[in-house]
Design a protein around this ligand. Structure first.
Ligand code: NDP
Length: 296
């Protein structure tokens, strides 16, 4: 049976790991806050490791799902770090929404000890993770991705190889730039229409039967903005991080990308104004505040 270690039982990592716990894998989990891994291990009858090194020991594949590449690079280091426990010939599958350049750096570091690396960020939210229907965008060699496939298939409905190491993280960052543009522009549209006396529900009914619709207008806004209830499924701080990666990529590419740059600035503002615990859709509150309009 394939031995898998899962590192990072956060909002999305936990439901992803829960699919792996159902088998056919021998699962070990590690989380920075040990209480969370203990509760998970009790509930799913799997092993909770004390350190990243101990989680990686004996594992064929190690899945990481942390806030950013910075934390992935951090947990590799030190006596009890991941790298100290990784077996030669094993594979690290990074489901973090990370940075393409950091992925290349991590892959090079791991290759020195004959450990493979695939970047495999996911999309579909906590809902998709619970349902096991996430989309996974992979960067890495074909053989390494094929090796990761049975694990990724446990929580996803679509697995796409985007290119070499870093390509998965690159596509994810650009997808997030689109998400940010959709949220902000839908918020502006509804704020302007409010001034014209059109209720948000009416506007969304029309837009969702028209060419301006998006996942944001069809799902996120009806679920969250209309009722002014913002369950925290995906932290605003994480979307700020994603769009800032996208803006960095755009700058590096030398291609003029004013939308991406502006989205990065606006979401940095929203993050600063609403704090680290806000949900990503709550950015709309900043539009309301700046416009002096309540979207309802
Ligand atoms: P959360 O903030 O809910 O969880 C973060 C996880 O990382 C927790 O397990 C946390 O441990 C751990 N962690 C944080 N800092 C460190 C550190 N310095 N060292 C070790 N562990 C650390 O994030 P999500 O689960 O929402 O997101 C994880 C990744 O998935 C992110 O890259 C995000 O962008 C991406 N993603 C999230 C989606 C979502 O809907 N939530 C959707 C698609 C992608 P602790 O429990 O101790 O805090």
């Amino acid at each position: 049976m394939m031995r898998v270690a899962f590192i990072g039982l956060g909002a999305i990592g936990r439901p992803m790991a829960a699919h792996l716990a159902r088998g056919p894998f021998e699962l070990t989990v590690w989380n920075r806050t040990a209480e969370k891994s203990r509760v998970f291990a009790d509930e799913h009858r799997v092993r909770a490791a004390d350190t990243p090194a101990s989680a990686a020991g004996g594992a064929d594949v190690v899945v990481t799902c942390l806030p950013s590449s910075r934390e992935v690079e951090e947990i590799l280091e030190g006596e009890s770090g991941l790298a100290a426990g990784l077996e030669r010939g094993s594979l690290v599958v990074d489901c973090t929404s990370g940075d393409p350049a950091a992925s290349v750096r991590i892959a090079q570091r791991l290759a020195k000890t004959n450990v493979g690396f695939v970047d495999a960020p996911v999309s579909g939210g906590v809902k998709g993770a619970l349902a096991g229907t996430l989309t996974v965008m992979c960067g890495g060699g074909i053989a390494a991705i094929d090796r990761a496939r049975p694990i990724l298939a446990a929580f996803s409905g679509k697995i796409v190889r985007c290119g070499d190491v870093g390509a998965g993280h690159a596509v994810k960052a650009m997808n997030q730039a689109l998400l940010a543009v959709h949220i902000w522009s839908a918020g502006e549209v509804l704020a302007v229409l409010a001034r014209y006396g059109v209720p948000a529900a009416t506007a969304l009914e029309v837009i969702n039967g028209s060419s301006g619709r998006s996942n944001t207008s069809e799902n996120l806004f009806p679920e969250r903005v209309l009722g002014h209830a913002y369950p925290r499924t995906f932290r605003l701080g994480l979307l700020d991080k994603d769009v800032s990666i996208a803006a960095g990529m755009a700058q590096q590419s030398g291609i003029s990308s004013p939308f991406i740059e502006l989205a990065a600035r606006l979401f940095a503002d929203a993050h600063e104004s609403l704090g680290d615990e806000a949900d990503h859709v709550e950015a709309v509150k900043l539009i309301e505040e700046r416009a002096g309009v309540r979207i309802s």
